[in-house]
Design a protein around this ligand. Sequence first.
Ligand SMILES: [Zn+2]
Ligand SMILES: [Zn+2]
Length: 278
Amino acid sequence: MKFAIDNKQDTNICATCGTRYATAKQAGDGCTICNDDRQYVLESGQHWTSYEAIAGSHTILIIERDKDLHDLRLVPAFAITQRTFLVQSPGGNILWDCLPFVDEPTAIFIQSRGGLKAIAISHPHYYSLMVAWAKIFDCPIYLHEADQQWIMDKHDHIALWSGNQKQLWDGMSLVHTPGHFPGSIVLHMPHHGAQGTLLTGDSIFVSRDRKQVGFMYSFPNYVPMPSADVRIIHERLAPLAFDSMFSAFDGLNVYTGAKEIFTKSVKRYLEIIGSNAS
Ligand SMILES: [Zn+2]
Ligand SMILES: [Zn+2]
């Protein structure tokens, strides 16, 4: 582990979505991620910020979910406010999703837990500061190739993969679950928890009551996911065992009964909006 951040003072981070760009942006420059119809530009316009500005006002909160799973998020809340997860596994650790910031105490904490073998990111909303994280831990970033047009900070650490599933180690796999984005993925961990765990990103949205899940093309713009994509997600996850699942935001945790909640929610979704589906 070698903690270093390049170009700390450059205004290369979008303040609304947290995406870092390869070069500094000027007032008037747009953000590709925010201009997409899944996201939005604030009424006050596009705002850019720097690593240094975020470092001056934010820290990272680390919460232990169980002995092999921590989630991390920025406090106070910044940009999309997603969590990232540190998954500890005998064959090597994974960072699932990413944050628009990383500091040295967080890097030291992760290193104390064995460092990172890889970073895997569910979809472009959470690419954020991925290259800085990958450089610190000298590890690959696994992204699905269907989303490669959304990579704003290209780097050799990025390893694109294709197909329906990418097998990792210790039985873990990345599963392609398109719908929110064409290349959206989830992380399946069959040996984690009582009967397996799913880290869902934005592919499966755990509801606030944690008793149901939803499927959205756009959360902020309230656009449901096409039912054809929900069918694909169901088909690909139906053979997999999981009892707990965690989606991208604080408090959206299901500790038991996740597979039943998922299956029941898919059925209801398709009953409600699936009748005209292609
Ligand atoms: Zn943005
Ligand atoms: Zn998203």
